[in-house]
Design a protein around this ligand. Structure first.
Ligand code: NAD
Length: 369
């Protein structure tokens, strides 16, 4: 057993928790552990100026606690910006559960996590993220009402991926409009990296538009599913950054837009669903701009999932309404790309500043009586 003194000394020496929280502007961090179920989780509430902090729970086998902490801090901050830029009355939060989602998840651990969420009395609303399913949301819902992404049978919004994909498609079309003066994707070559829930739905829209779709995935079953449903050409994951294309749509992992890939990519537009696509926001955001590529900020165009959750937590869920709201991602993307052009700043920076302006303005009206 670790001595309490050792824990205290480690935290004091490394300033591992409060310093990063201060640097990133977090309001609250909640560390959760339960010996009976083996649950170890961290809930991060970044900012609640616009409303309760909503963000999914990620279950991942983090190599270290520091890695889990870093992930939850970064992801929760991203949610603040995503909600703000999307015009939602939500703050930013996120949770991580440390463990293997395939082997270490039980009904009891999910429900215990639900109890921790409930202890925050609605300041944090959880939802699905990597390693979590709608079934898990059902278990969490047994212990708290502060959960979105419940199965449709329970009045929830179910899988948010179709709405996310629609938003990404809107962002891609707005980028095309900005670059080519016309938002048609007909005949354009789009590389979709990742044939998962969002990637597959996105391909559906691209097929309707008669775009030329190339797809890669690391799993055969995913490729089998997508090729049986849609007209696509499969490419090797290793070739994604080297094939000629008009649009690169990252729908798998983050940080794929980096110095190496930017020196290889021959696309005009980057627009996809993955979170944190720019490995280094400042460095690679500027590199993309200097290369004359249009980058549709990820946290803006992948907000469909959050919009879907918002519809669920504010009254009764309505998919049509969620899709209509996601359609507005087209207008917001255009506004940001124009601002980026006028001010000669990277698009991510234009999006960040609009989000910050909204938080500041609404924060002020909340203070006035
Ligand atoms: P998913 O797990 O269903 O799909 C991801 C796919 O990417 C999987 O099929 C996986 O095999 C594949 N993949 C992994 N590594 C790869 C690689 N190196 N090359 C090619 N393919 C690879 O996830 P999803 O729900 O479709 O989400 C996709 C991305 O969008 C994730 O980064 C997620 O965080 C983000 N996102 C999703 C939503 C949503 O509503 N689902 C909302 C916002 C953001």
């Amino acid at each position: 057993m670790v001595e309490v003194n050792t824990v205290r000394e480690t935290a004091q020496t490394n300033n591992e928790v409060l310093n990063p929280m201060t640097a990133m502007g977090h309001e609250q961090l909640v560390f959760c552990q339960d010996q009976a179920t083996g649950l170890k989780a961290i809930i991060a509430i970044h900012n609640t100026v616009l409303g309760p902090a909503l963000g999914g729970t990620r279950m991942w086998k983090y190599a270290t606690e520091a890695e889990a902490l870093n992930d939850v801090l970064r992801l929760s901050r991203g949610m603040t910006y995503k909600a703000a830029i999307s015009g939602l009355n939500l703050g930013g939060g996120k949770a991580v559960i440390i463990g293997d989602s395939r082997t270490e998840k039980t009904e009891a651990s999910m429900r215990r996590f639900g109890k921790f969420v409930d202890s925050l009395s609605g300041k944090y609303i959880t939802a699905e993220d990597v390693g979590m399913t709608t079934k898990d949301m059902e278990y969490i819902h047994m212990e708290t009402n502060h959960v979105a992404g419940k199965p449709e049978a329970y009045g929830g919004g179910g899988d948010p991926s179709p709405v996310t994909a629609y938003g990404v498609y809107m962002g891609m079309k707005a980028s095309a409009h900005q670059l080519w003066g016309n938002d048609s994707l007909e005949g354009k070559t789009v590389v979709v990296q990742g044939a998962g829930n969002v990637g597959r739905n996105l391909i559906g829209y691209l097929n309707q538009e008669k775009a030329n779709v190339l797809v890669s995935d690391i799993f055969e079953d995913k490729l089998k599913q997508v090729t049986s449903e849609y007209k696509v050409k499969v490419i090797d994951p290793a070739d994604v950054y080297d094939v000629p294309m008009d649009v690169y749509a990252p729908c798998a992992l983050g940080a794929t837009v980096n110095t190496d890939t930017l020196n290889r990519l021959k696309c005009s537009i980057i627009a996809g669903a993955a979170n944190n696509q720019l490995a280094d926001e400042k460095l690679h955001g500027e590199m993309v701009m200097r290369k004359g590529m249009v980058y549709a900020p990820d946290f803006l165009i992948n907000a469909g999932g959050l919009i879907n959750c918002y519809s669920e937590v504010h009254g009764s869920y309505n998919r049509k309404m969620a899709l209509t709201q996601a359609e507005n991602i087209y207008n917001t993307t255009l506004e940001i790309l124009k601002l980026s052009q006028q001010k000669n700043i990277p698009s991510y920076q234009a999006a960040n500043s609009l989000a910050e302006q909204r938080i500041e303005a609404i924060g002020k009206i909340k203070l006035s009586r």
